[in-house]
Design a protein around this ligand. Structure first.
Ligand SMILES: CC(C)(COP(=O)(O)OP(=O)(O)OC[C@H]1O[C@@H](n2cnc3c(N)ncnc32)[C@H](O)[C@@H]1OP(=O)(O)O)[C@@H](O)C(=O)NCCC(=O)NCCS
Length: 258
């Protein structure tokens, strides 16, 4: 009786995994369930994980990790046997996906290739993301640390997300920031991520204008006169005037003058 129950549950899970591929992969529309089962690496990785996870939960040593390692070698998708995954996960293409030990995924999550649900260091305990239901994570996105991605959210391709993501939002970029929350652009002074101050660029500009002033002074040395350096505020700086004298001495007579 218990055996039939288990078989029924596994069959229902497999049906749902295949249905997830059919509904969320345009390339799988019209493809038979057997072909998806035989040829979709995301489906293979998920089935292998379900077996590895059940054995891990039952306390079986070594075997869960071996199953995960073989699955990774075949599919390019690495899922730690302890990771908790809901039903209806679809991993499209798959290669390069990493799902860490303490990651938790809700139902009907979609991951594209190259997604990392990883930790940020050598910390132990809960250190991987929690992804709630109906979340889509674009290819190459890195979600790091014990953050929570709220249900229904989308993470843009190649984003790097290290903070919690509110439900029903779209987060893009590095660092990942919300560009839509509940379908609307976020408002407020912190919402303008495009025009952030750039202190490094400011420092480089200030250095460039100073170098231009120095070049002008060095050029003036050609006519034999000492030109004190002009600082941007227009006043002569005694220390810089001394530098100007040295510049003039080192330049010497103009060789082109014969
Ligand atoms: C984020 C994503 C889900 C778009 O969701 P959406 O709700 O349709 O959002 P929009 O397309 O309206 O984009 C919202 C804003 O984010 C920007 N944006 C979208 N995706 C982005 C990304 N990956 N990186 C940076 N900015 C991005 C858009 O330019 C837009 O900016 P705007 O507000 O200045 O106009 C989608 O762009 C994405 O990255 N999907 C992943 C797809 C993928 O990995 N495919 C692989 C197939 S093999």
């Amino acid at each position: 009786m218990l055996g039939f129950g288990l078989i029924g549950r596994v069959a229902a899970e497999i049906r749902r995994d295949i249905a997830a591929a059919r509904t969320r992969d345009p390339a799988a529309r019209g493809v038979g369930w057997f072909e998806i089962l035989a040829a979709w690496p995301g489906v293979h990785a998920l089935l292998a994980h379900r077996v590895a996870h059940a054995l891990h939960e039952a306390g079986v040593p070594l075997l869960p990790r071996m199953i995960a390692a073989v699955s990774r070698a075949l599919t390019g998708i690495e899922i730690h046997p302890a990771a908790r995954i809901g039903s209806g996960l679809f991993i499209d293409h798959g290669m390069g996906v990493v799902i860490g030990e303490t990651a938790e995924l809700g139902d009907d999550v979609t991951l594209y290739q190259g997604v990392t649900l990883g930790g940020t260091g050598f910390a132990t305990g809960k250190r991987h993301p929690t992804v709630q239901d109906n979340v889509t994570i674009g290819s190459g996105a890195k979600l790091l640390g014990p953050i929570t991605v709220g249900h229904g959210s989308k993470i843009g391709a190649n984003s790097v997300v290290i903070h919690d993501v509110p439900a029903n939002s779209t987060v893009v970029g590095n660092p990942g920031h919300p560009v839509r929350v509940e379908g609307r652009r976020p408002e407020g002074p912190d919402a303008d991520w495009v025009h952030l101050p750039d202190p490094i660029a400011d420092a480089i500009k200030s250095l460039a204008s100073r170098i231009a002033a120095l070049e002008q002074t060095a050029e003036g040395a050609d006519d034999g006169n000492v030109h004190p350096l002009r600082v941007p505020d227009g006043h002569d700086d005694p220390a810089e005037t001394e530098i100007a004298h040295r510049v003039n001495r080192s330049v010497g007579p103009n060789p082109a003058g014969g």
